[in-house]
Design a protein around this ligand. Structure first.
Ligand SMILES: Cc1cc2nc3c(=O)[nH]c(=O)nc-3n(C[C@H](O)[C@H](O)[C@H](O)COP(=O)(O)OP(=O)(O)OC[C@H]3O[C@@H](n4cnc5c(N)ncnc54)[C@H](O)[C@@H]3O)c2cc1C
Length: 466
């Protein structure tokens, strides 16, 4: 059996590793050139994704990055309301979801605080409390590092990756297989085709011409890095906004360049600011990684955001944190790397995942809002489940059906959770006041424990199968 994998991102490369482990031949076709995956942003891998990746042969601890096992929530005064571990063991409190609170409705808190993201960490009103000890730790890595590590591992295993191959069409062959056509007029044949070509998937449209388009969520994602050398006592003192970092009243003068502490190591600081959601965490060496979610009601046109210069973005973001306490302004101003915002999307539901010998995985099938903190982990889990289904089923059709039956309920739940988490980031002025009051009130209470093992402990057993 030979599989054609379209797309060499997280889903595509994880699928290649999983199929190889299952003894199934595969080849990856990636639209970009081989050295063009240096997308500046970072992402946070949840413990379930890390465990599955380890099962597939890649230990994330060996990928350069930062362990981010804790999260701290605050509103615009930058005083920590709560801090909790990311991972298994989530608690909930009675009340409303952030989104519902900002609309003044009531219900029960269901959003999770777990998971982070480059430009949209998973944040909810819910406090997470220590649960069962985890063998893995939430880890934040640059996308380029993750993609690079996945590809290096695939190359080590002898998996073929072809670059500059953008799929434009695919059809069944008379022999019962499938043929892919690429924009360079080349073709490839296999027994099945796996579309791992991301949010704007072409394979999704090839499988179902009526497939839904991604849903825009009204938020942009911006972010950047402050390298240690870019920080200076002068910047901190000039801005005066580094005085309270993660709630520590240090006073700007007390903070020399060496002493500037961007919060505790391993803690993702999440601030529901007056006009913008802002998150930052220390790289442990005096630098900072950060992201922000400016709201934009209208979906930007293609190329519109990229056409705005980095200088202009910096000014816009600075205006959006005016009046907020904490280090946001200093961080934005000191950033020597700032990536231009991009819009956030998800899918309410992609109805058709497979047709004939073709199927979709990862974001192509079920993109969740970045605030779920689970998109990459879901892509990795998809890969393992599909490989096991193909290894153990009697036919490709049966395997596709089993994969969909196993994955749909889980990813749907995560998509819903991601949308809910993000809704607290875009309230209007009235909603914001309610949201902040809600957060202060709810997070002051001791949380009620709720079992989140469904999220963090995905019971995949390679030997036993599905
Ligand atoms: C701002 C932001 C922050 C995020 N933060 C997090 C986070 O912290 N944690 C987390 O778990 N998830 C996060 N996510 C989600 C996560 O990035 C995705 O869920 C994950 O990358 C999905 O992997 P994928 O392989 O399906 O898609 P992608 O990573 O997008 O890969 C798709 C690949 O297919 C290629 N391709 C596209 N079209 C074609 C074609 N026609 N032919 C051939 N190849 C093609 C692309 O070049 C790309 O390499 C975030 C997403 C965003 C937008």
């Amino acid at each position: 059996m030979k599989a054609l994998i379209i797309g060499g991102g997280v889903a595509g490369m994880s699928t290649a590793l999983a199929l190889h482990k299952a003894g199934i031949e595969c080849e990856v076709f990636e639209a970009r050139g081989s050295h063009s995956d240096g997308v500046g942003a970072f992402l946070t891998l949840a413990v379930n994704g890390i465990a599955t990746l380890r099962m597939l042969g890649l230990d994330i601890a060996r990928v350069p990055g930062i362990d981010t096992p804790r999260m701290q929530l605050m509103v615009s005064d930058a005083k920590p309301l709560t801090e909790f571990p990311l991972g298994p063991g989530v608690a909930t409190v009675e009340g409303s979801t952030i989104g519902a609170a900002s609309r003044g409705a009531s219900g029960s808190v269901t959003s999770t605080g777990a998971g982070g993201s480059a430009g949209g960490a998973g944040v909810g009103a819910e406090a997470v409390i220590a649960g069962a000890a985890s063998s893995t730790t939430t880890r934040t890595v640059k996308r380029a590092e993750l993609y690079g590590a996945l590809r290096a591992r695939a190359e080590e295993l002898g998996i073929r990756i072809s670059y500059s191959k953008r799929i434009v069409a695919a059809d069944s062959t008379p022999e019962g297989g499938v043929e892919a056509r690429f924009d360079d007029r080349s073709t490839a044949r296999g027994d099945l085709l796996i579309g791992a070509d991301g949010l704007h998937s072409s394979v999704r449209g090839i499988i179902d011409a009526h497939a839904v388009k991604p849903r825009y969520l009204g938020l942009l994602n911006a972010g950047g890095y402050v390298h240690p050398r870019a920080l200076s006592a002068g910047a901190a003192a000039r801005d005066g906004d580094a005085a309270r970092i993660g709630g520590t009243d240090a006073g700007p003068r007390a903070q020399s360049a060496a002493a500037v502490r961007w919060g505790d190591e391993g803690v993702m600081h999440m601030m529901f600011g007056t006009q913008m959601f802002f998150s930052w965490f220390s790289d442990g060496e005096g630098g900072v990684w950060w992201f922000a979610n400016p709201a934009m009601k209208r979906e930007p046109a293609r190329g519109e955001l990229a056409a705005i210069s980095a200088g202009e973005w910096r000014e816009r973001l600075l205006r959006l944190v005016e009046g907020d306490a904490g280090p946001a302004a200093t961080i934005i101003r000191s950033s020597d790397e700032l990536f231009a915002p991009w819009p956030t999307h998800d899918f309410a539901k992609v109805k058709v995942w497979s047709r004939a010998r073709m199927i979709i995985v990862g974001d192509a099938a079920h993109a969740a809002a970045p605030s779920s903190g689970q998109g990459a982990s879901m892509a990795i889990e998809d890969a393992a489940v599909l490989a096991l289904a193909l290894r153990d089923s009697g036919s490709i059709e049966q395997a596709f059906a089993q994969y969909e039956a196993v994955r749909r309920p889980r990813v749907s739940r995560i998509v819903r959770q991601g949308k809910r988490n993000g809704s607290g980031k875009t309230p209007g002025r009235f909603g914001r006041a309610l949201r902040d009051a809600f957060l202060r009130r709810m997070l002051a209470r001791p949380p009620r424990e709720r079992d989140q093992s469904w999220l963090y402990e995905y019971p995949l057993d390679w030997e036993r199968g599905l």
